[in-house]
Design a protein around this ligand. Structure first.
Ligand code: C2E
Ligand code: CA
Ligand code: CA
Length: 465
């Protein structure tokens, strides 16, 4: 009997032990599976879920042990898509891995590093007396060493947003605040640190952003058209499409107040696509109504070239509306033409091959790149208003304008003077050999119906002069 009890007890212990082992195995397998799901395959870093999980643990450790200062730093790899396009995806992958390696190298013991999105990394780090700039500086140095290829080196850039841990924020808030810096940083500011006013600015910007999206859906944008006039004949040769926003509450908002924000929010591509389609549709309607084959020029932002397939957008707009390619003109600025040169040149050449004209806008304000004049098939050179406005009074402006006209002519381009406001300017620019004029002296930008009236009865245009 005694033996039977002992045997039963041993059996019970074995069964319980086996059960406990099985449960332990299942739990650890599950944990291992979830851990491997939380790792980014390419870099071996934690992915977003893994980063948040480990970050949460580190924050609670710092909080409960009052364990020194810490900060969240997020890194946004700039133009990764462009790097993939220009150098191939293998190079893009190498850049991503270089970022991961550099972050591993600057991270201290116990810090958490993750690849939280395709082109975003995050580091939750104990500061150990370092400030944000010191960390950013050492990252820049290590990253630079990791990218060997000179051409690639030129293209690789990033923005970093930093938020110090104040002991109160949870991991998600801290991460969002660091990300906010990426959205609000200045154009030439590579590293920016979170400040409280960023949040209020962010709220205002968020309202503006959603209002702009509403404006697109609800038809609050309208294109006005400004005539381009032949200096010689006074005839309207074309128009430039310029966007106007009729806000239901704030009233009229000029483009200079919302285009830069639209660029910052990434909405500009939607706006420009709308503008291109609307202008092509309008041009086709004018042509169908028997009006002359007037040319329409459309402004294109840099983002359109960097972030979208602008060639396909143009092809689509032409096909959808049936507008004549030779009547469409795309305006790009010289600064744009100098950024991401190879890509921009290739795209502009393809668009030009469709028969679409390309014009260089605001010439004389940026670098006045002669190299881009050589590689981009510009048909029209638009001399900026800042030169035209004092061409009669300032000898230097006159000489520069004269040199630009000579250069444009030598390169067989049509030369247009922007912002012509007076009779004196008009006369002098005619003498200097400019072909076309655009400016208030001839006409302000006008609604489409006004342009139709000018087209049907050119004498109406004389009244506007
Ligand atoms: P821009 O492309 O250089 O366009 C010419 C600007 O000069 C227009 O301002 C036009 O109204 C103004 N202008 C024309 N003649 C005169 C003149 O004689 N005197 C003065 N003082 N100004 C004159 P607007 O329409 O306010 O547009 C400002 C800028 O906004 C444009 O400069 C362009 O860069 C941008 N923009 C306008 N529409 C669009 C658009 O649909 N897409 C994009 N990406 N940008 C646009
Ligand atoms: Ca323009
Ligand atoms: Ca311009």
């Amino acid at each position: 009997m005694k033996l039977a009890v002992i045997l039963l007890s041993v059996l019970l212990i074995v069964i319980v032990g086996a059960l406990a082992f099985a449960v332990y195995k299942i739990v650890s397998m599950k944990k291992a599976a979830s851990m491997s799901l939380d790792v980014d395959e390419m870099t071996g870093l934690l992915n977003r879920d893994g980063f948040m999980r480990e970050g949460k643990l580190l924050l609670s450790h710092i909080h409960s042990h009052a364990d020194g200062e810490a900060a969240m730093i997020v890194f946004d790899v700039d133009k990764l898509r462009l790097i993939n396009t220009l150098f191939g995806t293998e190079s893009g992958d190498n850049v991503v891995c270089a970022f991961a390696d550099a972050l591993r190298e600057i991270a201290g013991k116990g810090d958490v590093v993750g690849r939280v999105d395709t082109d975003d990394f995050a580091l939750l780090t104990k500061l150990h007396g370092r400030n944000a700039d010191m960390i950013a500086e050492s990252f820049a140095k290590v990253l630079s060493e990791k990218i060997q290829n000179d051409k690639l080196h030129e293209q690789v850039n990033y923005f970093a947003g930093i938020c110090r841990y104040d002991g109160a924020d949870d991991i998600y808030t801290l991460f969002n605040k660091a990300n906010l810096c990426l959205l609000t940083h200045g154009e030439n500011q590579r590293v920016s640190e979170f400040t409280a006013d960023m949040e209020s600015r962010m709220v205002e910007n968020e309202i503006m952003r959603s209002e702009m999206l509403d404006a697109l859906d609800n038809g609050q944008f309208e294109l006005y058209y400004q005539p381009k006039v032949s200096f010689k004949t006074g005839e309207m040769m074309g128009v430039e499409a310029l966007i106007r926003w009729h806000h239901p509450v704030k009233g009229f908002i000029p483009p200079c107040d919302f285009i830069p924000l639209a660029e910052q929010f990434g909405i500009i591509t939607k706006i420009d696509e709308w503008g291109l389609m609307t202008a092509c549709r309008q041009g086709k309607a004018w042509h169908d109504a028997g009006l002359r084959d007037i040319k329409i020029s459309v402004n294109m932002s840099q983002a359109q070239f960097v972030r979208t397939d602008v060639y396909s957008t143009v092809v689509h707009a032409l096909a959808e509306t049936g507008f004549e390619p030779s009547c469409l003109e795309i305006e790009v600025t010289e600064t744009m033409a100098m950024t991401d040169v190879e890509h921009t040149v290739a795209v502009l050449n393809r668009i030009h091959e469709l028969g679409v004209l390309i014009s260089m806008d605001d010439f004389g304000t940026g670098y006045s790149s002669l190299a881009s004049l050589k590689t981009i098939p510009f048909d029209v050179l638009k001399i900026d208003r800042s030169l035209v406005c004092d061409v009669n009074d300032n000898d230097t402006s006159r000489r520069i304008t004269s040199a630009i006209v000579a250069m444009g002519k030598a390169l067989k381009m049509i030369v247009l003077a922007e912002g012509v406001e007076t009779d004196e300017q008009s006369k002098l620019l005619t003498d200097l050999g400019c072909d076309l004029a655009q400016g208030y002296y001839y006409s302000k930008p006008r609604p489409a119906d006004d342009i139709a009236k000018i087209l049907t009865s050119p004498s109406q245009f004389d009244m506007a002069i």
